[in-house]
Ligand binder design. Structure first.
Ligand code: HEM
Ligand code: HEM
Length: 250
């Protein structure tokens, strides 16, 4: 990879598991929204053909459930990576608990939403506002899995089904759970529209290759920010090395 602008440096940001998670997730969510929308509002063509040719709705439901399984497994891998990944993909990025993150959210809102300043904030990983929305999406993903499993449990003999059936009864049955599952679909649709717009907006404004970074893993970062990051990494390595030596001497 050759970067011709001397003021920018390449930094490897998104490791392979994050990129695989992202594209599998984006693909299955699209499938789940389309099939879920059809399940919620089926067109009246079911009666148009003979019963032997009339299993299309069963196929739609099967595709929804199969995509749901892929969605769950993919998410479990990402949860593992929230603890095992590099500094850009670990859990603490996604929930704003520090003053620095809140300041970052305020500054990003000024650029992206309120449009009162043109000076973008340069981050290597997610900016704090984007990271917080991903943190919110991670919670919505859990809710979607639980509400989906509650509905699926009535047709399942799996070991977890009785617990989910109890939960379904506790929450007053199908109607509220199905409605919640339905409305959460719109949260994914809204997120995807805003997310894709903002990714390309930032790519254009910051010229940091952010859109393609989710494919290759690399971003173009301003020289001073990249140097600070590399110094921090070197320092962290030194500390880890010293700690290991101390541990070995004991
Ligand atoms: C992004 C994730 C998902 C989206 C957007 C989504 C969307 C939907 C929608 C819109 C419906 C129709 C609800 C209605 O009646 O209006 C539905 C039904 C359903 N979904 Fe999902 N879903 C997702 C994930 C899951 C998961 C992870 C599971 C299983 C664990 C699941 C299981 C079900 C079941 C069992 C039904 C009812 C099917 C039926 O009665 O025919 N969904 N889904
Ligand atoms: C053309 C389509 C898309 C492109 C180019 C794209 C690109 C990106 C990029 C560059 C990032 C990192 C941005 C940042 O630092 O804030 C990202 C993160 C993310 N995107 Fe997308 N995206 C697309 C579609 C989607 C869709 C459809 C979904 C799901 C509905 C999605 C969900 C996410 C999530 C959850 C993250 C956070 C990933 C993580 O930290 O693990 N993306 N995307």
């Amino acid at each position: 990879m050759i970067q011709k602008d001397k003021n920018l440096r390449e930094i490897y940001v998104w490791q392979l598991p994050v990129r695989v998670f992202h594209w599998v997730n984006a693909f299955v969510i699209t499938i789940l929204c389309i099939t879920g929308f059809i399940i919620g509002d089926p067109p009246a063509i079911q009666h148009a053909t003979a019963p032997s040719h009339n299993y299309w709705f069963g196929i739609v439901r099967f595709v929804h459930f199969f995509a749901a399984m892929v969605f769950i497994v993919n998410y479990l891998v990402r949860i593992y990576w929230l603890f095992a990944g590099n500094s850009f993909s670990v859990l603490r990025n996604y929930y704003p608990l520090t003053k620095k993150q809140w300041r970052g959210i305020k500054e990003t809102l000024k650029v992206d939403v309120l449009l009162i300043t043109k000076n973008p904030i340069y981050d290597i990983g997610h900016n704090p506002l984007a990271a917080t929305t991903y943190g919110g999406l991670f919670i919505i993903m859990i809710l979607q899995i639980i509400t989906g499993a509650m509905m699926f449990s009535v047709q399942s003999n799996a070991f977890w089904a009785p617990a989910m059936q109890d939960l379904l009864i506790r929450f007053n049955g199908f109607f509220p759970i199905r409605s919640l599952h339905h409305w959460l679909m719109w949260a994914f649709v809204l997120f995807a529209i805003v997310h894709i717009y903002l990714v390309f907006y930032h790519d254009y404004i910051e010229k940091n290759g952010i859109a393609s970074s989710m494919i290759g893993g690399w971003k173009f970062i301003a020289q001073p920010i990249a140097e600070d990051y590399e110094k921090e990494q070197a320092l962290r390595k030194d500390v880890e090395h010293l700690e290991k030596e101390k541990h070995n001497k004991k």
